[in-house]
Design a protein around this ligand. Structure first.
Ligand SMILES: [Zn+2]
Length: 273
């Protein structure tokens, strides 16, 4: 009995719904004001869309999204290019890239250098020709430097500072912690050459180091600059060697210097040109 009542009730509901739908379709006017408005708004929806850009044009805003999107894309590209450019690449072969032997370097040493210097006292007296090169923010003079004194002709002193600066700049753009290069040999006086000859008879008396045009920079050790108590990411000497080799390759390509990769001494032997 209950089931029958339910069926009748559902049947009546369905019939009423169909009848109302038919009336609404045939005579839309029977719908209330509220429903009408909703219908109109829905029909006019596309017009609203068209109006939006007009309003933007009036306030001169449509260009804004274009301007905003462009720089973001350009900046991203620039950052990607910079990252690519500032990656540590090194040189493909140290011997091949820094091949300037004694015969090549001595020509520039004679051209730009001073007459042989007898000893340290004489070097200090010859201030017109030689400048003292002390440790500074860009390089360190090796404390253990025993067979030479820190004097160079101004041209070579400029070159040394340029190398040190470029190295520090390169570390900065490559996001490598601050390090300084270490200068291991500078000007050899006649007294130094005599002493060296006693221990090693093969030492060349025509060494470029006698002219104040030449210096050595270690490639297997660097001076780590780290304020006390501050954490500093450790960097492999190989990575620093690659950065230094890029700096030297570029200066050599610019005609600023001769460079020899010294395997035994663990240094770059460099003469101004
Ligand atoms: Zn040398």
């Amino acid at each position: 009995m209950r089931r029958l009542k339910k069926k009748i009730y559902l049947g009546l509901c369905a019939t009423t719904f169909i009848a109302l739908a038919a009336v609404r379709h045939t005579f839309p006017a029977v719908m209330g004001e509220e429903a009408k408005d909703t219908l109109v708004v829905k029909e006019e929806a596309p017009e609203v869309k068209e109006e939006t850009p007009v309003a933007k044009e009036e306030t001169k805003e449509p260009e804004k999204p274009i301007e905003t999107v462009k720089p973001v894309a350009e900046t991203a590209n620039r950052v990607r290019r910079a990252e690519k450019k500032h990656r540590i690449r090194g040189v493909h072969d140290f011997n091949a890239c820094f091949p300037d032997v004694q015969d090549v370097q001595i020509v520039s040493a004679r051209k730009w250098g001073v007459r042989p210097v007898r000893d340290r006292e004489q070097a200090e007296q010859r201030k017109q020709e030689l400048v003292f090169v002390g440790s500074n923010p860009y390089f360190v003079i090796d404390k253990g430097m025993s067979h030479s004194i820190p004097y160079l002709v101004p041209r070579a002193a400029d070159l040394l500072e340029r190398i040190g600066r470029n190295f520090v700049d390169s570390l900065y753009v490559k996001d490598v912690p601050f390090h300084r290069i270490i200068v291991t040999s500078v000007l050899r006086t006649e007294a130094d050459v005599e002493r060296l000859k006693r221990t090693n008879p093969n030492v060349s008396t025509e060494s470029c180091h006698r002219f104040g045009t030449t210096f050595d920079i270690a490639y297997n050790r660097y001076n780590t600059v780290c304020p006390p108590g501050e954490f500093r990411r450790e960097v492999r000497n190989d990575s620093l060697k690659y950065v230094l080799s890029e700096v030297l390759r570029d200066l050599r390509a610019d005609g600023r210097c001769h460079v020899k990769y010294e395997v035994k001494q663990g240094c770059f032997h460099i003469t101004t040109r």
